[in-house]
Design a protein around this ligand. Structure first.
Ligand code: C5P
Length: 232
């Protein structure tokens, strides 16, 4: 049984990262955002695609490729910070902001649905777990990456509530957005995450389900803390 990883899965916008960050601070664990690894790998491969000046789409370009050479020599490093605001380095370059662009968010599904790329990311996550105690958020941590994790949680919320949260986050950053558009994007992402053939987003049978629709962040954290052994 894996004791040093707390798995926190769920769809986009359920507040996983905020909860995982706070939780890791409280427990003296590190926060690890597995999505950032998929984002960094997508950025790397998308840059190769762009450099080829291809006239076909990213997904068509990928479907004619061998996947393993695309990951050869790729180094993704996470620099942990006490606040949980980690930095992500791709082959030595800080890509923490670049991996969050709408373009990468849109194209990531073509990387996340391929077994070779998932294995690449999973092996990095497993290596990190050998030297760190981690609160790890993602889509398949409890089902595939650490199926034997002792503690697994699955966060949900309606697409509307998740869209409203994202809308308010953007507003706080001074960015006006369109709530309907955000909800539409969330629904599209849910669909590709839950319908992919390999490691789809789904609650592990032994994960504890937490519906965050009407539950503020602090209550979610208290609920999780209440499920952990006192000696953790
Ligand atoms: O967590 P975040 O929204 O940054 O993840 C971006 C995308 O990476 C997800 O929509 C999903 O397609 C992919 N992902 C995944 N498995 C994980 C984490 C993220 O497939 N464990």
């Amino acid at each position: 049984m894996t004791e040093n990883v707390i798995a926190l899965d769920g769809p986009a916008g359920t507040g996983k990262s905020t909860v995982a960050r706070e939780l890791s601070k409280k427990l003296g664990f590190e926060y690890l955002d597995s999505g950032a690894f998929y984002r960094a790998l997508t950025l790397h491969i998308f840059k190769i695609y762009k450099s080829k000046n291809s006239s076909i789409s990213f997904s068509d370009w990928l479907s004619g490729k061998e996947f393993l050479p695309l990951t050869a020599g790729v180094e993704i490093l996470c620099e942990f910070s006490e606040t949980g605001e980690n930095k992500i380095f791709l082959n030595g370059e800080d890509v923490s902001s670049e991996i969050r662009t709408p373009e990468i968010t849109r194209e990531i599904k073509y990387i996340a649905d391929k077994a070779a790329f998932r294995e690449f990311v999973n092996s990095q996550l497993r290596i990190l777990s050998q030297t760190h105690r981690l609160v790890m958020d993602g889509r398949d941590i409890g089902t595939h990456v650490f199926p034997d994790a002792r503690y697994k949680f699955f966060l949900t919320a309606s697409s509307r509530v998740r869209a409203e949260r994202r809308y308010n986050q953007l507003l706080e950053q001074g960015i006006r957005s369109d709530l309907e558009e955000i909800e539409k994007e969330i629904v599209i992402r849910d669909k590709s995450d839950t319908e992919r053939e390999i490691a789809p987003l789904r609650k592990a049978e032994d994960a504890i389900l937490i519906d965050t629709d009407n539950l503020p962040k602090n209550s979610v954290i208290s609920k999780i803390l209440g499920c952990l052994d006192s000696g953790i």
